[in-house]
Design a protein around this ligand. Structure first.
Ligand code: GLA
Length: 408
């Protein structure tokens, strides 16, 4: 029976090569969680950093909180050998990727790698263009479980076709791999990525700042609020097995504690992949406790897989809602400004409807217990109005727990 269910969940499609790609839906029924080397280490990533990070993921309680994939981003690559097989950089990865994958697996974690659909990666290493099947086979032999596939140096390529080719190559290699489409939203991947990959970047790169644009010449990276604003209109495309990816997190990379908390909360409201991007071996206790907040993670990982939405704006405050299983809701009030803001919510004034998911928070007819996900306190019920003060660049995030009555 399991075999039949598994077969049904495979999405069949023809790759540009004529080889069929079979996407394994079950690999990402909730948004992938893990760590990626790029945001903190960029091109300095090495085998020792990966091993120490694997140890830290376990010691910090991140593995037990749900973080699974340890993804080595750009710059792990060395040269191709005489037969075209990619080799890891011999100085940074002297023991090779197979040994590293074995180490990561021995910790109960999974290993991810990065490549690029073009001739060279964004960090000017060999890309997979023309070597897709050979690279996918190499990754399978090494024991790789996740591939982030970038879009540098792709002039003249069709994005959907290029990603389909690698999806077909991964299928042919025979190892189940989470496939992350990273083409920055340039070719509207939310319209075609669902059949090909498990997640797709919706924007250019994130930067560790609240509301900034970092100018790199011919491209920009963006602060948390900028990236958040770029998600508008995309929630219709996300769901179990296929997620909008607003980029890896910058928690612990230099923003204030409030900003990190707000960033993490909003990524959970978006049902975003939760990919930490900080140095796990030296992180502070506040950073660790943000990244391992299980009640916030549960909002992100809710089995319904419904991406949250902005319900209302009131000056600097934004009110976001996300339907959860069992009739619960997550609510997050985001304070975009630097000064603290007061809020009064009279719950029974209006119901909240998610028309897309056909779910309603019926505040007039039903009762919800209000549970603060950052303090762990209960704040009463929706029977009475709620007053709150939200610090600058911070959030109030609560779970509205459905209280069943006699009619349920
Ligand atoms: C691009 C991606 C980043 C990172 C770098 C690596 O900019 O969007 O996430 O992978 O390339 O060079």
């Amino acid at each position: 029976m399991r075999g039949i269910v598994g077969a049904l969940a495979m999405v069949l499609l023809s790759g540009a090569t004529g080889v069929q790609a079979q996407k394994c839906e079950e690999l990402a029924l909730t948004p992938p969680m893990g760590w990626n080397s790029w945001n903190h280490f960029e091109c300095t990533v090495s085998e020792s950093i990966v091993r120490e990070t694997a140890d830290a993921m376990v010691a910090a309680g991140m593995r037990d909180a749900g973080y699974r994939y340890l993804v080595i981003d750009d710059c792990w690559q060395g040269e191709r050998d005489a037969d075209g097989f990619i080799q890891p950089d011999p100085e940074r990865f002297p023991s090779g990727m197979k040994a590293l994958a074995e180490y990561v697996h021995s910790k109960g974690l999974k290993l991810g790698l990065y490549s690029d659909a073009g001739w060279t990666t964004c960090g000017h290493r060999p890309g997979s263009r023309g070597h897709e099947f050979q690279d996918a086979l190499t990754y399978a032999r090494w024991g790789v479980d996740y591939l982030k596939y970038d879009w540098c140096d792709t002039d003249g390529l069709n994005a959907e076709g290029a990603y389909q080719t690698m999806a077909a190559a991964l299928t042919a290699a025979g190892r189940p791999v989470v496939f992350g489409i990273c083409e920055w939203g340039d070719n509207r991947p939310w319209e075609w990525g669902k059949a090909i990959g498990h997640l797709w970047r919706t924007t250019g790169d994130i930067a560790p700042c609240w509301d900034c644009e970092v100018d790199h010449g011919d491209w920009s990276s963006w602060g948390v609020l900028r990236i958040l604003d770029m998600q508008e209109g995309l929630r219709v495309h996300a769901g179990p097995g296929h997620w909008n990816d607003p980029d890896m997190m910058e928690v612990g990379n230099g923003m204030s504690e409030a900003e990190d908390r707000a960033h993490f909360s909003m990524w959970a409201m978006l049902a975003a992949p939760l990919i930490a991007g900080n140095d796990l071996t030296t992180m502070s206790e506040p950073t660790r406790s943000i990244l391992t907040n299980r009640e916030v993670i549960a909002v992100d990982q809710d089995p319904l897989g419904i991406q949250g939405f902005k319900y209302a704006t009131d000056g600097a405050l934004e009110l976001w809602f996300k339907p959860l299983e069992g009739g619960d809701w997550a609510m997050c009030v985001l304070n975009r400004s630097a000064s603290s803001q007061r809020l009064e919510l009279v719950w029974q004034d209006e119901d909240v409807a998610d028309e897309l998911a056909d779910r309603q928070a019926l505040f007039k007819a039903r009762l919800y217990r209000i549970h603060d996900l950052w303090t762990g306190n209960d704040l009463g019920t929706t029977r009475r109005p709620m007053k709150a003060e939200i610090a600058g660049h911070d959030v109030l995030m609560v779970r509205l727990v459905r209280v069943l009555d006699a009619n349920d």
